[in-house]
Design a protein around this ligand. Sequence first.
Ligand code: OKP
Ligand code: ZN
Length: 379
Amino acid sequence: APSPIKVFTSALCTTMHTPAYEFLSGAETQYYESPARLEAILHYLESNPSSFEITEHVEDFGYAPIQRVHRQDFLDYLETAYKEWILEGGHPNGVLPATIPHYKVARLGRQTPVNTLAKAGEYCFDLSAVITKDTFKAAWNAAQVTLTATKELVRVAAEYEQGLVEGTGAARSNPPGLYALVRPPGHHAQSDVCGGYCFMNNVAIATQWLIDQPELKRKDGGPKKIAILDIDFHHGNGTQEIFYTTSNPLYTSLHTRDDYPYFTGAEVEIGEGQGVGFNINIPLPQSTTDDEYVAALEKLIQEHVVPYDADYIMVSLGVDTYKDDPIAGFLVTSDAYPRIGNAIRKIGLPTLFVQEGGYCVEKLGVNVGGILQGYLGKT
Ligand code: OKP
Ligand code: ZN
């Protein structure tokens, strides 16, 4: 039988970064990326103790792994923006831009942003990434929780490999699974711009950390290879950008072709330089059903993820594919999630699931839980 999934989270994920509102279609609405999301998932996991082992133990990996992925000027901005905003008379809900350097304007000439509002526009691409007094700390915490889970991934993966060699441990059909239950999410955060509720790219930071570990090597002496599977409804423009010119990791994404973030996620975005062929976008129509989604995922896995021959799988886990998601959603029902988890299990590699989106709070537990249970082979 598979071991329970180790879940890494922290109380700070629910107490920090709580903007009161955002703007959707010009209207002031509740902030959908809320602590209630995390609480709902945690509640589901706690009521299924045979499948999940929850820990709030968080190690401090410091600043270096974050600096490997994000530019220092951007990080400094995230850390200081709110204080400066308030000093300049900004609204206490948090920092939001008023003017964003649209490319048609920016090509007329670029100036180094010094003004508070100019910086808000320079470092943010939409109106959903509200910076509050503790947003930097919240994003930092989410990254550290994800890194803690990643360190454990290395340990269980080594155990699993040993088991396979000796034929005594888990069979190929029961690869170990871990889950970082974090917020704010990360996959829209690029190296130097926040947006889409994301400030620091948790999956990118953890992936780069794995690649950077000097003692973690493949048989050929090269760094471990990671395949990222982004199953959030939205395209992960941040993760794509961060790894666009490298062949490790492989970035793969299934996402809406018709919705946010609109300007990225096309199939023709295949990577650049060394990265050509290592960025795989599969845009899907709004009408995508359970069967169509699972078929697209299985095809992506067979054609791209398996041939890549990775050592670890990182899943950007969003369940905003769900049909009743208030800001997103295909026609996907709760029945699809265990099937999705099962398809990922069949890759047969140690996998870290990292929480991204999903906003239908009432169904978040059963939907996220469905993927994880499916990964455990419980369908
Ligand atoms: C973050 B994640 C769409 C409104 C878009 C921002 C959405 C960010 C999604 N109607 N607002 O990928 O779940
Ligand atoms: Zn999303």
